[in-house]
Design a protein around this ligand. Structure first.
Ligand SMILES: C[S@@+](CC[C@H](N)C(=O)[O-])C[C@H]1O[C@@H](n2cnc3c(N)ncnc32)[C@H](O)[C@@H]1O
Length: 282
């Protein structure tokens, strides 16, 4: 079983206040932390109305600090691992002001968590599969791009099958300084990965279609299998949308694979918003 991190009480309280203010639940409703996932009007942890709000609260910083603490407590990070919060705020401002694109399901807390993970891991070679219009990559590669980067990576790949989205991503990254290591590739990740050399120290899997892929198992697991032998010792892999109900069929084969200790030393489910993030450590 994977480790599970859930948001602190302050974030839960804030999300419940929003649920009540939005009229979604009765003002007298109480949080039931032991309710089985999926329960409706009792505000269970996986209640969609609840987790939709959980990812955007004033407790964002505390939530991410707690997530890093959990990794440190389990020997997955040094005890003093932290990220530069000032650099993060500057980077967030730069991205919000300069990037343009379509929708995103990234929540503010998830953006900060992904940035913080790269910050504390400091990978030399980063790979995102399904980098869309560059917004998700902006957080993943955040500590090593832009005016406030905190370290220099060797290589940052972003691959997406949608050429229009990759063009948009190129335009977005062109507006940030210090992006020389970023290479955006417009191609099916499955063919691009046939020639891109490893090793990879940190891989971010986000590739999925609007409609179900021809393989019922989706793309996450096949892509992970394709890069597995190129993961460096101790490499990290993150998969977004790990607890998204609409994505559960694809995750049903991915999660058991990464939670098998013969393949990954540990896997952590960050259940901090309606999408969730699974971090697996080789
Ligand atoms: C919809 S995005 C994910 C959005 C993200 N959750 C967000 O909130 O910003 C998934 C991306 O995967 C890409 N994709 C789908 N199949 C792919 C493939 N075979 N290779 C590379 N990218 C792929 C899509 O083009 C799309 O840009």
């Amino acid at each position: 079983m994977a480790l599970v991190f859930r948001s602190p009480q302050s974030a839960i309280d804030a999300a419940i206040r929003k649920l009540k203010a939005d009229g979604v639940v009765h003002p007298d409703a109480a949080f039931n932390p032991s309710a089985p996932d999926g329960l409706r009007r009792e505000i269970a942890y996986r209640d969609l109305d609840f987790v939709h709000r959980l990812g955007a609260t004033a407790a964002e910083e505390e939530t991410v600090d707690g997530a890093l603490d959990l990794l440190a407590e389990n020997g997955l990070l040094p005890g003093d691992a932290s990220y530069d919060k000032g650099a993060y705020e500057n980077h967030r401002r730069a991205v919000k002001e300069s990037f343009s694109g379509r929708w995103t399901s990234m929540t503010p807390t998830m953006e900060r968590l992904i940035y913080a993970l790269t910050s504390v891991r400091r990978p030399a070679r980063l790979l995102e599969l399904g980098s869309f219009w560059g917004y998700t990559l902006a957080w993943f590669a955040g500590p090593c791009v832009g005016a406030d980067r905190t370290y220099v990576a060797e290589k940052i790949y972003g691959i997406d099958i949608d050429a229009d989205m990759v063009e948009l991503a190129r335009g977005n990254f062109a507006k940030l300084p210090n992006c020389e290591e970023v290479e955006l590739i417009a191609e099916d990740a499955r063919t691009a990965l046939e020639r891109i050399p490893g090793p990879f120290d940190f891989v971010y899997i986000e590739a999925k279609g609007d409609t179900r892929d021809d393989e019922s198992e989706g793309l996450y697991l096949p892509l992970l299998k394709q890069v597995y032998d190129r993961l460096s010792d101790g490499a990290w892999v993150i998969a977004h949308d790990s607890i998204d109900w609409t994505f559960r069929e694809e995750m049903a084969n991915y999660l058991p694979y990464v939670r098998d200790r013969s393949r990954f030393r540990e896997s952590v489910s960050f259940e901090i918003d309606y999408c969730g993030l699974e971090l697996s450590i080789r």
